[in-house]
Design a protein around this ligand. Structure first.
Ligand SMILES: NC(=O)C1=CN([C@@H]2O[C@H](COP(=O)(O)OP(=O)(O)OC[C@H]3O[C@@H](n4cnc5c(N)ncnc54)[C@H](O)[C@@H]3O)[C@@H](O)[C@H]2O)C=CC1
Ligand SMILES: O=C(CO)COP(=O)(O)O
Length: 335
């Protein structure tokens, strides 16, 4: 039995906290808003994000940061990417060298262009801290919370640490693989959300399976190009955190990013769409970060660029599609 703190009581943090508590661990779920923490305690259920799944009796809920990490062995972050830095900084003085830190969020920080494990490392003044693991894959909370069979990857530069996390989370419905390509796993998880918005746009415009497959496949080519630039192993993108997560996100009724794209494709503005959503769609900020990085480094990312233009420059999907389809002809595989 391990002592675990999960920071972030949205859909994913709640689902993982329940899974780990049911495995017999001592789990504390930390929610950043006091009133929401009180609501979770009172209902013993996360009605807003994971409706219908009761908390095990042993799961503790808190909003208190004081002494939060006393005795903690595994600290899990399930925080939207653009808020992660602030949350890590709140507990950085409590983080000990022997704690294993697990990030389960997906995205790239706009202000620094950093991957989320880099954000964590910055904030724990962690030049000395190597116990960072990324957990990523095709795992919608809506399905994992109902114990539908799913598979995911635990990635770390240190194989011993990723294997510990693999053991920690693995159950008979949640199969965990280990991987030592932290960069590849993180980039796959972050960028697939931008591709899912593009896939959703094709849905909203009324297109069919051919368009969706083209977006998934050419999106994957972009993710690989981007990942290889930053030293990722291209094999990783054929795995769960790459093509696996792309398939789920681009095709699922649960996907928020695909949903955002669908509404954009129907002609709604991003402001209207975001106003009605209580859940985070990480592809929106990540498209901006990737657009800036790709421009700076000269990496060709036409699908993400199209998403960026529709969201941030109010370009019409129809016009963008025309531009995308009429680009210079090229070979399928090139660097
Ligand atoms: N929902 C899912 O199925 C999965 C989500 N993820 C990732 O996990 C991360 C968290 O997403 P979800 O749990 O889905 O969130 P959610 O969309 O279900 O809930 C939003 C969360 O953001 C928190 N939040 C809002 N404003 C905040 C602030 N200023 N500071 C700190 N927290 C704030 C809310 O308290 C809530 O926990 C995201 O990066 C997401 O991509 C990864 C795998 C699966
Ligand atoms: O990353 C996620 C699930 O793996 C959440 O994003 P979507 O809801 O857009 O799929």
């Amino acid at each position: 039995m391990a002592k675990i703190v999960v920071m972030g009581a949205g859909s994913w943090g709640t689902t993982l906290a329940i899974l780990l508590a049911k495995k017999g661990n001592q789990v504390t779920l930390w929610e950043y808003k006091k009133e929401r923490a009180e609501k979770l305690k009172k209902n013993r259920e996360n009605i807003d994000y994971v409706k219908g799944i009761k908390f095990p009796d042993t799961l503790e809920v808190t909003n208190d940061i004081n002494g939060l990490l006393d005795g903690c062995e595994y600290l899990i972050f399930s925080i939207p990417s653009q808020f992660l830095r602030g949350i890590v900084s709140m507990v950085s003085d409590q983080i000990k060298e022997n704690m294993i830190l697990i990030n389960t969020g997906k995205g790239i920080e706009i202000s620094t262009h950093e991957r989320l494990s880099e954000v964590i490392k910055d904030e724990i003044l962690g030049k000395f801290h190597n116990n960072i693991v990324v957990l990523s894959g095709p795992t919608h909370a809506e399905e994992v919370s109902k114990e539908f069979p799913s598979a995911i990857v635990a990635a770390s530069k240190d194989e011993k640490v990723s294997k510990k996390v693999q053991e920690l989370f693995n159950t008979d419905f949640f199969r965990v693989y280990s991987n030592n390509d932290l960069i590849g796993v993180e980039i796959g998880g972050a960028l697939k959300n931008c591709i899912a918005i593009a896939a959703g746009i094709t849905d909203g415009m009324g297109f069919g399976d051919n368009s969706k497959s083209a977006i998934i496949t050419r999106g994957l080519a972009e993710i690989i190009r981007f990942g290889e630039y930053f030293g990722a192993d291209f094999k990783t993108f054929s795995g769960l955190s790459g093509v696996g997560d792309l398939i789920t996100t681009c095709t699922s009724k649960h996907s928020r990013n695909r949903f955002v794209g669908e509404k954009l494709g129907e002609g709604k503005t991003i402001e209207d769409i975001m106003r009605e959503m209580i859940m985070v769609a990480e592809g929106v900020p990540t498209a901006k970060a990737v657009h800036e990085i790709a421009k700076e480094k000269g990496i060709e990312m036409p699908v993400v660029e199209s998403v960026y233009k529709i969201i941030y420059e109010s370009e019409k999907p129809k016009v963008i599609l025309q531009k995308l389809m009429s680009r210079e002809l090229k070979g399928e595989f090139y660097k």
